[in-house]
Write a protein that binds this ligand. Structure first.
Ligand code: ADP
Ligand code: MG
Length: 544
């Protein structure tokens, strides 16, 4: 080989970016993602309309929904989508915040890279800063208990502020708080909320304000026979997961019956079995039967004659929720059914909503599962109300699980920035610069809240920092009055978990992206070839 001749380790035409170039591209992609969701942040943020190739539309303000729906290709950009998803899974709120913060951490890192600070130094500085930031969050947090309903309501409302549903936030907030408190359990001596215990049922139509909390469960089934009562008061409900039918033999069998009399006898026998089942149900005192499986026509007839309300093919998850709501047991065999298996509800009623007939099981005494019926003018509204409710349910649950809240509206972020600057001086060395940049990056939250409200963001930020320097830790951006104000007084508060998780995932993503100095396409890059199958020999492996 001639000296100086380039050595190709990748197949011709393979895509590879390395060094500064790779890093710059990754940072740019991540910043682009952050900028895309930035305008939705806060109560005065805008919504996005997402249109897919089939023309289906989603209108939302929810960061994670926007990022999930966007058709993103760049690998580094995808990592920011992951940040948002993690935030959503872990805490259910703060998805925009997390993505915006990650983008800003990278923007600030760029300044340092331009000053020739090595990425690993930035990474370790950012890690130190994140640890310190979470510690400070703990220090400035305010305790909350599940008795403090008015405070919990403020937490729910803060999450709802930024949604298009904010005009109904009082009502939706109350629903969220009541639902969470109703299903809250104690595990290991600590409050715990299982979201499986809260059923969300969306029905297009009516107004947002018709959305209601039901102390019971909505079953998406109608009664099986028109002769059955439409309403049953003081319902005693049997939950079954077997069919009220004659058991079919497991193998194909044929029975030869010779004379008409025997046929009659055989039919009669079948009838008797079904009749006995219904009699058994009646004898234990049930006036409602909900089964996961089928009900024979004849059984329907007998049930209806006894005045028993019955619905069939109820979803397994609904039957399980019902058991928790009405305090009954799911019975697997008719012989096992006893009066103590029955659950109770004030009322079981078939209600027609739009085109659908539903069974409402309501007025349960102390239900451990509840339902929220979501109403709204159009499908898009109902969907956005659901997303908003999910956010507010999550923040209320996080608040009572952790027992700690922090002021929102950029107050916590501003305080963290202040404290990190003090801390950076103590750390010294090259990391000091990175910690200072981390502090600057946090200020993107109050700055964006102000920008989105059409305010003079720089002016507000200067005033806000002044207040914090004077010890007013709870001051954030009052986006309606356009000046710094006490967020606790305004009731703008958030569970600590939202902030901690945003710091965690934003830092993780930023650090990971910063450490990449080589982006190599790991498949033949003709552009059209399918992705490499596992096990297939890689022809484009790099050696560094
Ligand atoms: P995310 O997806 O990150 O939750 P949001 O659009 O819900 O984004 O905006 C959340 C931000 O809005 C939080 O920083 C929160 O503190 C702030 N916020 C909510 N209500 C108010 C308010 N009334 N005044 C100022 N900031 C608010
Ligand atoms: Mg939010």
């Amino acid at each position: 080989m001639m000296p100086g001749q380039p050595i190709f380790i990748l197949k011709e035409g393979s895509k590879r970016e390395s060094g500064k170039n790779a890093m710059q591209n990754n940072i740019n992609a991540a910043k682009a993602i952050a900028d895309a969701v930035k305008t939705t942040l806060g109560p005065r943020g805008m919504d996005k309309m997402l249109v897919d190739s089939l023309g289906d539309i989603v209108i939302t303000n929810d960061g994670v929904t926007i990022l999930k729906e966007m058709d993103i290709e760049h690998p580094a950009a995808k990592m920011l989508v992951e940040v948002s998803k993690t935030q959503d899974q872990e805490v259910g709120d703060g998805t925009t915040t997390a993505a915006v913060l990650a983008g800003e951490l990278l923007r600030k890192a760029e300044d340092l890279l331009n000053q020739n600070v090595h990425p690993t130094v930035i990474a370790s500085g950012y890690r130190l800063a994140a640890e310190k930031a979470k510690q400070v969050l703990d220090e400035i947090s305010i305790p909350v208990t599940d008795n403090d309903e008015s405070l919990l309501l403020k937490i729910a409302n803060t999450a709802l502020n930024s949604k298009s549903a904010s005009t109904s936030k009082q009502k939706l907030g109350e629903i969220a708080v009541k639902a969470v408190l109703q299903v809250k359990q104690i595990r290991d001596g600590k409050p715990y909320v299982d979201f499986d215990d809260i059923q969300l049922v969306k029905k297009q139509g009516g107004a947002i304000d018709d959305t209601q909390l039901i102390h019971g469960i909505i079953v998406d089934k109608e009664r099986v026979h028109p002769g059955m009562p439409v309403v049953v008061n003081n319902a005693k409900i049997a939950l079954l997961n077997f069919a009220l039918e004659i058991k079919k033999p497991e193998f194909d069998t044929s029975i030869r019956i010779e004379d008409p009399e025997s046929i009659m006898k055989f039919k009669k026998q079948e009838e008797n079995i079904l009749k006995e089942m219904v009699e058994k149900i009646k004898s234990v005192g049930a006036n409602v039967v909900l089964t996961q499986k089928g009900i024979d026509d004849l059984a329907m007839h007998f049930l209806s004659k006894e005045g028993i309300y019955a619905a069939r093919r109820v979803k397994k998850s609904d039957i399980e929720k019902l058991a928790k709501a009405i305090g009954g047991n799911i019975v697997t065999n008719i012989d096992d059914l006893t009066p103590s298996d029955l659950g109770e509800a004030e009322k079981v009623e078939e209600i027609k909503i739009g085109e659908d007939h539903l069974t409402f099981v309501t007025g349960c005494k102390n239900p451990k599962a509840v339902s929220i019926l979501i109403r709204g003018g159009t499908e898009h509204v109902v969907d956005e109300i659901e997303r908003s409710l999910v956010d507010s349910l999550h923040v209320v649950a996080s608040a009572i699980e952790d027992g700690k809240i922090v002021p929102g509206g950029g107050a916590a972020a501003t305080e963290l920035a202040l404290r990190l600057r003090e801390y950076s001086a103590k750390v010294g060395g090259r990391e000091q610069l990175a910690i200072e940049k981390f502090a600057e990056a946090l200020e993107i939250i109050p700055r964006t809240l102000a920008e989105n409200a059409g305010l003079d963001a720089i002016g507000i930020l200067i005033n806000l920092k002044k207040e914090h320097a004077e010890g007013k830790k709870t001051y954030g951006v009052d986006v309606f009055k356009g000046k710094p104000a006490d967020m606790v007084e305004l009731g703008v508060i958030e569970p600590i978990r939202v902030g901690k998780q945003a710091i965690n995932s934003a830092t993780d993503a930023a650090v990971m992206i910063l450490r990449i100095d080589d982006v190599i396409a790991t498949k033949a890059s003709s552009g059209t070839s399918p992705p490499k199958k596992p096990g297939e020999e890689s022809k484009s492996e790099s050696e560094d």
